[in-house]
Ligand binder design. Structure first.
Ligand code: MMA
Ligand code: CA
Length: 177
């Protein structure tokens, strides 16, 4: 036997359904906006001993070893050799460097054809490069360091032999909470 349906009960059912739909919508919107608020106050962080700039973390490795060894070492930390895309980024990085050393970065010319490649596949943009004057100067020098030069009193890039032992800079994405 089908129970008798009262029109008031039917109305009540519709009303409850509406309440449920709107509650789900309200809760979802609140959660989403909470995520955005957390992002906009920048709840991000870098591991201990790493420094933070824009959306990246940087680590200066002071052991002197080949470019390939540094490449591997950055990878093992979930990072990569630093990809320098702007002058602001380079200005930040050099603050933690010693003028008496050269630091490998994530740029190389694996074939010696002067085809520069960033380790994270960022396209090489000639107009955002910071080569020292006269550099790059030798196709046998297939890895790039950033170092300080005295005549110009400037930090800039130099191509060097990949096996030359130098320090390096690793970079990774910031961790967002
Ligand atoms: C060194 C080496 C090169 C660089 C020249 C500049 C002698 O070689 O660092 O990579 O281009 O110096 O004089
Ligand atoms: Ca050079």
């Amino acid at each position: 036997m089908v129970p008798e349906e009262h029109p008031q009960d039917r109305e009540k059912g519709v009303w409850w359904l509406q309440v449920k739909v709107w509650s789900v919508a309200a809760i979802s919107i609140s959660l989403l906006s909470a995520c955005f608020i957390v992002r906009s106050v920048d709840w991000s962080c870098c591991p201990t001993l790493w420094s933070s700039f824009q959306s990246s973390c940087y680590f200066v490795s002071t052991v002197r070893q080949s470019w390939a060894q540094h490449w591997k070492n950055c990878s093992m930390m979930g990072a990569h050799l630093a990809v320098i895309s702007t002058e602001d980024e380079q200005d930040f990085i050099i603050q933690n460097l010693d003028e008496d050393f050269a630091y490998f970065m994530g740029l190389s010319d694996p074939e010696g054809q002067r085809h520069w490649q960033w380790v994270d596949q960022t396209p090489y943009n000639k107009s955002a490069t910071f080569w020292h004057s006269g550099e790059p100067n030798d196709p046998l020098e297939r890895c790039v360091v950033v170092n300080f030069r005295h005549p110009s009193r400037k930090w800039g890039w130099n191509d060097v032999h990949c096996h030359e032992p130098e320090k390096s800079i690793c970079e990774m994405m910031k961790i967002y909470l």
